[in-house]
Design a protein around this ligand. Structure first.
Ligand code: PMP
Length: 305
Protein backbone atom coordinates (compact mmCIF):
# COMPACT_ATOMS: atom_id res chain seq x y z
CA UNK A 1 0.00 0.00 0.00
CA UNK A 2 1.06 3.55 -0.59
CA UNK A 3 2.11 5.09 2.72
CA UNK A 4 1.42 8.70 3.65
CA UNK A 5 2.76 10.81 6.54
CA UNK A 6 0.07 10.64 9.22
CA UNK A 7 -2.65 8.50 10.74
CA UNK A 8 -5.25 9.86 13.16
CA UNK A 9 -5.33 7.79 16.36
CA UNK A 10 -7.56 8.44 19.36
CA UNK A 11 -7.68 12.16 18.68
CA UNK A 12 -4.09 12.87 17.58
CA UNK A 13 -2.13 12.75 14.36
CA UNK A 14 0.72 10.26 14.64
CA UNK A 15 3.41 9.23 12.19
CA UNK A 16 2.32 6.42 9.86
CA UNK A 17 4.85 3.99 11.38
CA UNK A 18 3.87 4.84 14.97
CA UNK A 19 0.19 3.89 14.60
CA UNK A 20 0.54 0.68 16.61
CA UNK A 21 -1.51 -1.38 19.08
CA UNK A 22 -0.68 -4.02 21.72
CA UNK A 23 -0.61 -7.64 20.54
CA UNK A 24 -3.26 -8.50 23.16
CA UNK A 25 -5.74 -6.02 21.68
CA UNK A 26 -9.23 -7.56 22.03
CA UNK A 27 -10.12 -6.87 18.38
CA UNK A 28 -7.05 -8.70 17.10
CA UNK A 29 -8.21 -11.87 18.83
CA UNK A 30 -11.99 -11.68 18.39
CA UNK A 31 -12.61 -9.30 15.47
CA UNK A 32 -14.42 -6.91 17.79
CA UNK A 33 -14.24 -3.77 15.69
CA UNK A 34 -16.31 -1.84 13.18
CA UNK A 35 -15.04 0.16 10.25
CA UNK A 36 -15.89 2.12 7.16
CA UNK A 37 -14.54 2.39 3.66
CA UNK A 38 -15.01 5.82 2.10
CA UNK A 39 -13.57 7.52 -0.97
CA UNK A 40 -12.56 11.08 -1.63
CA UNK A 41 -12.43 12.27 -5.23
CA UNK A 42 -10.66 15.12 -6.99
CA UNK A 43 -13.20 17.25 -8.85
CA UNK A 44 -10.47 19.34 -10.47
CA UNK A 45 -11.29 22.21 -8.11
CA UNK A 46 -11.78 20.55 -4.74
CA UNK A 47 -11.38 17.25 -2.98
CA UNK A 48 -14.80 15.88 -2.06
CA UNK A 49 -15.76 12.97 0.17
CA UNK A 50 -18.53 10.90 -1.39
CA UNK A 51 -21.60 10.55 0.88
CA UNK A 52 -19.66 11.08 4.09
CA UNK A 53 -22.96 11.48 5.97
CA UNK A 54 -24.19 8.01 4.99
CA UNK A 55 -20.84 6.44 5.85
CA UNK A 56 -20.74 8.11 9.26
CA UNK A 57 -24.33 6.98 9.91
CA UNK A 58 -23.28 3.42 9.17
CA UNK A 59 -20.07 3.71 11.21
CA UNK A 60 -21.97 4.74 14.33
CA UNK A 61 -24.81 2.27 13.81
CA UNK A 62 -22.39 -0.62 13.12
CA UNK A 63 -21.01 -0.04 16.63
CA UNK A 64 -24.41 -0.44 18.32
CA UNK A 65 -24.90 -4.24 18.32
CA UNK A 66 -21.50 -4.65 19.99
CA UNK A 67 -21.88 -1.94 22.61
CA UNK A 68 -18.90 -0.10 21.10
CA UNK A 69 -19.29 3.45 22.36
CA UNK A 70 -17.24 5.62 20.01
CA UNK A 71 -15.69 8.28 22.27
CA UNK A 72 -15.84 10.97 19.58
CA UNK A 73 -18.77 12.83 18.07
CA UNK A 74 -19.74 12.61 14.40
CA UNK A 75 -18.45 16.15 13.94
CA UNK A 76 -15.10 15.25 15.47
CA UNK A 77 -14.73 12.25 13.14
CA UNK A 78 -15.76 14.36 10.15
CA UNK A 79 -13.22 17.08 11.04
CA UNK A 80 -10.52 14.47 11.64
CA UNK A 81 -11.08 13.05 8.14
CA UNK A 82 -10.77 16.48 6.51
CA UNK A 83 -7.70 17.35 8.56
CA UNK A 84 -6.03 14.06 7.72
CA UNK A 85 -6.59 14.46 3.97
CA UNK A 86 -5.23 18.01 4.08
CA UNK A 87 -2.25 17.20 6.32
CA UNK A 88 -1.28 14.33 4.04
CA UNK A 89 -1.62 16.50 0.95
CA UNK A 90 -3.98 14.10 -0.84
CA UNK A 91 -6.36 14.98 -3.65
CA UNK A 92 -8.16 11.68 -3.99
CA UNK A 93 -7.88 8.80 -1.56
CA UNK A 94 -9.51 5.95 0.29
CA UNK A 95 -10.54 6.65 3.90
CA UNK A 96 -10.62 3.94 6.59
CA UNK A 97 -12.08 4.80 10.01
CA UNK A 98 -12.04 1.96 12.54
CA UNK A 99 -13.33 1.69 16.12
CA UNK A 100 -12.36 -1.38 18.13
CA UNK A 101 -11.96 -2.87 21.57
CA UNK A 102 -8.38 -2.38 22.71
CA UNK A 103 -6.11 -3.92 25.33
CA UNK A 104 -7.15 -4.50 28.95
CA UNK A 105 -8.57 -8.02 29.43
CA UNK A 106 -8.73 -10.96 27.06
CA UNK A 107 -12.03 -12.55 28.09
CA UNK A 108 -14.54 -12.56 25.26
CA UNK A 109 -16.63 -10.00 27.16
CA UNK A 110 -15.00 -6.68 26.24
CA UNK A 111 -16.64 -4.72 29.07
CA UNK A 112 -13.31 -3.53 30.53
CA UNK A 113 -11.58 -2.85 27.22
CA UNK A 114 -11.14 0.72 26.01
CA UNK A 115 -12.67 1.67 22.65
CA UNK A 116 -9.88 2.83 20.35
CA UNK A 117 -10.52 4.83 17.18
CA UNK A 118 -8.22 5.35 14.22
CA UNK A 119 -8.55 6.84 10.77
CA UNK A 120 -6.16 6.21 7.90
CA UNK A 121 -6.15 7.68 4.39
CA UNK A 122 -4.06 6.62 1.42
CA UNK A 123 -4.18 6.66 -2.37
CA UNK A 124 -6.00 3.56 -3.64
CA UNK A 125 -6.80 3.11 -7.32
CA UNK A 126 -9.45 0.84 -8.84
CA UNK A 127 -9.98 -2.06 -6.38
CA UNK A 128 -10.28 -4.73 -9.06
CA UNK A 129 -8.02 -2.87 -11.50
CA UNK A 130 -8.52 -0.29 -14.28
CA UNK A 131 -8.91 -3.10 -16.80
CA UNK A 132 -11.79 -4.50 -14.69
CA UNK A 133 -13.65 -1.17 -14.82
CA UNK A 134 -13.41 -1.24 -18.60
CA UNK A 135 -13.88 -4.89 -19.53
CA UNK A 136 -15.29 -6.54 -16.43
CA UNK A 137 -14.24 -9.36 -14.12
CA UNK A 138 -14.67 -13.13 -14.23
CA UNK A 139 -16.26 -14.32 -11.01
CA UNK A 140 -16.94 -17.63 -9.34
CA UNK A 141 -19.86 -18.57 -7.11
CA UNK A 142 -18.20 -19.15 -3.75
CA UNK A 143 -18.59 -22.45 -1.94
CA UNK A 144 -18.64 -20.34 1.24
CA UNK A 145 -22.08 -18.87 2.00
CA UNK A 146 -22.74 -15.39 3.37
CA UNK A 147 -23.55 -15.64 7.09
CA UNK A 148 -27.13 -14.87 8.03
CA UNK A 149 -28.35 -11.90 10.02
CA UNK A 150 -29.44 -14.07 12.96
CA UNK A 151 -25.86 -15.30 13.28
CA UNK A 152 -24.04 -11.95 13.03
CA UNK A 153 -25.65 -8.61 12.09
CA UNK A 154 -25.27 -8.26 8.32
CA UNK A 155 -26.07 -4.54 8.40
CA UNK A 156 -23.02 -3.76 10.53
CA UNK A 157 -19.57 -3.45 8.98
CA UNK A 158 -17.70 -5.59 11.48
CA UNK A 159 -13.97 -6.35 11.23
CA UNK A 160 -14.27 -10.02 12.25
CA UNK A 161 -16.87 -10.89 9.64
CA UNK A 162 -14.44 -10.15 6.83
CA UNK A 163 -12.97 -13.60 7.44
CA UNK A 164 -16.07 -14.76 5.50
CA UNK A 165 -15.08 -12.39 2.69
CA UNK A 166 -11.45 -13.56 2.88
CA UNK A 167 -12.48 -17.18 2.34
CA UNK A 168 -14.57 -16.25 -0.70
CA UNK A 169 -11.88 -13.99 -2.15
CA UNK A 170 -8.98 -16.39 -1.75
CA UNK A 171 -11.04 -19.29 -3.11
CA UNK A 172 -11.75 -17.23 -6.23
CA UNK A 173 -8.07 -16.42 -6.61
CA UNK A 174 -7.02 -20.06 -6.26
CA UNK A 175 -9.54 -21.08 -8.90
CA UNK A 176 -8.36 -18.42 -11.34
CA UNK A 177 -11.27 -16.01 -10.94
CA UNK A 178 -11.01 -12.34 -10.05
CA UNK A 179 -13.81 -12.19 -7.49
CA UNK A 180 -16.58 -14.24 -5.83
CA UNK A 181 -20.33 -14.04 -5.53
CA UNK A 182 -21.65 -15.40 -2.23
CA UNK A 183 -25.03 -17.07 -1.91
CA UNK A 184 -27.02 -16.60 1.30
CA UNK A 185 -27.80 -19.44 3.70
CA UNK A 186 -30.91 -20.30 1.64
CA UNK A 187 -28.98 -20.44 -1.64
CA UNK A 188 -30.16 -17.09 -3.03
CA UNK A 189 -27.69 -14.55 -4.37
CA UNK A 190 -26.36 -12.27 -1.63
CA UNK A 191 -23.36 -10.14 -2.66
CA UNK A 192 -19.62 -10.08 -3.33
CA UNK A 193 -17.03 -10.22 -0.50
CA UNK A 194 -16.87 -6.41 -0.54
CA UNK A 195 -19.46 -5.44 -3.14
CA UNK A 196 -23.18 -5.48 -3.80
CA UNK A 197 -24.39 -7.03 -7.03
CA UNK A 198 -26.83 -5.86 -9.70
CA UNK A 199 -28.42 -7.77 -12.60
CA UNK A 200 -29.85 -6.30 -15.79
CA UNK A 201 -32.50 -8.28 -17.60
CA UNK A 202 -34.73 -7.09 -20.43
CA UNK A 203 -33.93 -3.48 -19.54
CA UNK A 204 -34.89 -3.94 -15.89
CA UNK A 205 -32.39 -3.67 -13.05
CA UNK A 206 -32.54 -6.13 -10.17
CA UNK A 207 -30.58 -6.32 -6.92
CA UNK A 208 -30.86 -8.62 -3.87
CA UNK A 209 -32.76 -7.05 -0.95
CA UNK A 210 -31.91 -7.14 2.75
CA UNK A 211 -33.56 -10.55 3.21
CA UNK A 212 -30.49 -12.00 1.45
CA UNK A 213 -28.08 -10.92 4.21
CA UNK A 214 -26.49 -8.09 2.23
CA UNK A 215 -24.65 -5.11 3.61
CA UNK A 216 -26.72 -2.19 2.38
CA UNK A 217 -24.02 -0.42 0.45
CA UNK A 218 -23.84 3.32 0.12
CA UNK A 219 -22.85 2.83 -3.53
CA UNK A 220 -25.79 0.44 -3.98
CA UNK A 221 -28.21 3.05 -2.71
CA UNK A 222 -26.62 5.74 -4.89
CA UNK A 223 -26.74 3.54 -8.00
CA UNK A 224 -30.41 2.75 -7.37
CA UNK A 225 -31.17 6.48 -7.30
CA UNK A 226 -29.04 7.18 -10.38
CA UNK A 227 -30.64 4.29 -12.32
CA UNK A 228 -34.16 5.40 -11.41
CA UNK A 229 -33.33 8.97 -12.42
CA UNK A 230 -32.12 7.60 -15.76
CA UNK A 231 -35.57 6.05 -16.18
CA UNK A 232 -34.87 2.43 -15.20
CA UNK A 233 -37.00 0.37 -12.86
CA UNK A 234 -35.01 -1.13 -10.02
CA UNK A 235 -36.43 -4.22 -8.34
CA UNK A 236 -35.02 -5.09 -4.90
CA UNK A 237 -35.88 -8.74 -4.31
CA UNK A 238 -34.53 -12.23 -3.78
CA UNK A 239 -32.44 -13.39 -6.74
CA UNK A 240 -31.96 -17.06 -7.63
CA UNK A 241 -28.54 -18.40 -8.57
CA UNK A 242 -29.77 -19.32 -12.03
CA UNK A 243 -30.61 -15.71 -12.82
CA UNK A 244 -26.91 -14.86 -12.63
CA UNK A 245 -26.21 -16.96 -15.70
CA UNK A 246 -29.20 -15.85 -17.79
CA UNK A 247 -29.07 -12.12 -17.13
CA UNK A 248 -28.05 -9.70 -19.91
CA UNK A 249 -25.61 -7.80 -17.72
CA UNK A 250 -24.15 -8.02 -14.21
CA UNK A 251 -22.14 -5.53 -12.21
CA UNK A 252 -20.73 -4.99 -8.73
CA UNK A 253 -20.98 -1.78 -6.72
CA UNK A 254 -18.96 -0.69 -3.70
CA UNK A 255 -16.80 2.11 -2.40
CA UNK A 256 -13.63 0.27 -3.33
CA UNK A 257 -14.97 -1.47 -6.47
CA UNK A 258 -17.07 1.57 -7.59
CA UNK A 259 -19.11 0.21 -10.53
CA UNK A 260 -17.32 -2.86 -11.90
CA UNK A 261 -18.85 -4.92 -14.72
CA UNK A 262 -18.95 -8.72 -14.41
CA UNK A 263 -18.20 -10.35 -17.75
CA UNK A 264 -18.45 -14.03 -16.84
CA UNK A 265 -19.74 -16.24 -14.04
CA UNK A 266 -18.05 -19.65 -13.72
CA UNK A 267 -16.95 -19.75 -17.39
CA UNK A 268 -20.38 -18.66 -18.66
CA UNK A 269 -20.17 -15.35 -20.51
CA UNK A 270 -22.68 -12.72 -19.42
CA UNK A 271 -24.23 -10.98 -22.43
CA UNK A 272 -21.46 -10.35 -24.94
CA UNK A 273 -18.82 -11.22 -22.33
CA UNK A 274 -17.83 -7.61 -21.79
CA UNK A 275 -19.23 -4.44 -20.20
CA UNK A 276 -22.94 -4.18 -21.07
CA UNK A 277 -24.57 -0.96 -22.35
CA UNK A 278 -26.71 -0.26 -19.28
CA UNK A 279 -23.76 -0.99 -16.98
CA UNK A 280 -21.74 1.46 -19.07
CA UNK A 281 -24.40 4.16 -18.80
CA UNK A 282 -24.66 3.75 -15.02
CA UNK A 283 -20.90 3.55 -14.54
CA UNK A 284 -20.43 6.78 -16.49
CA UNK A 285 -23.15 8.53 -14.52
CA UNK A 286 -21.58 7.28 -11.28
CA UNK A 287 -18.10 8.60 -12.12
CA UNK A 288 -19.54 11.93 -13.28
CA UNK A 289 -21.44 12.12 -9.98
CA UNK A 290 -18.44 11.48 -7.72
CA UNK A 291 -16.30 13.88 -9.72
CA UNK A 292 -18.83 16.67 -9.27
CA UNK A 293 -20.10 16.82 -12.85
CA UNK A 294 -23.74 16.06 -12.02
CA UNK A 295 -25.31 19.04 -10.29
CA UNK A 296 -28.39 17.08 -9.17
CA UNK A 297 -26.25 14.96 -6.83
CA UNK A 298 -24.07 17.76 -5.45
CA UNK A 299 -25.43 17.24 -1.93
CA UNK A 300 -23.73 13.81 -1.94
CA UNK A 301 -20.33 15.52 -2.04
CA UNK A 302 -18.65 16.84 1.13
CA UNK A 303 -15.92 19.34 0.37
CA UNK A 304 -12.67 18.83 2.25
CA UNK A 305 -11.94 22.11 4.04
N1 PMP B 1 -20.98 -5.60 0.85
C1 PMP B 1 -19.89 -5.78 1.59
C2 PMP B 1 -19.72 -7.07 2.32
C3 PMP B 1 -18.92 -4.77 1.69
O1 PMP B 1 -17.81 -4.94 2.42
C4 PMP B 1 -19.11 -3.56 0.97
C5 PMP B 1 -18.07 -2.47 1.07
N2 PMP B 1 -18.31 -1.63 2.16
C6 PMP B 1 -20.27 -3.42 0.21
C7 PMP B 1 -21.19 -4.45 0.17
C8 PMP B 1 -20.53 -2.15 -0.54
O2 PMP B 1 -20.84 -1.12 0.36
P1 PMP B 1 -20.49 0.41 0.05
O3 PMP B 1 -21.09 0.72 -1.27
O4 PMP B 1 -21.11 1.15 1.16
O5 PMP B 1 -19.01 0.51 0.01
Amino acid sequence: MEEVDHIWMDGDLVDWNDAEVHVLTHALHYGSGVFEGIRAYDTGEDTVVFRLDAHLDRFFSSAEPYGIEIPFSRDEIEDAIYRLILENGLESCYIRPIAFYGYEELGVNPADCPVRVAIAVWPWGAYLGEEALENGVRVQVSSWRKYRSDMIPTNAKTTGTYINSLLATTEADRRGFEESILLDADGYVSEGPGENIFLVNDGEIITPDISSSILEGVTRKSVITIAEDLGYEVDERRVSRGELYTSDELFFTGTAAEVTPIRAVENVDIGEGTKGPITDEIQQAFFETVEGEREQYSDWLFRVQ
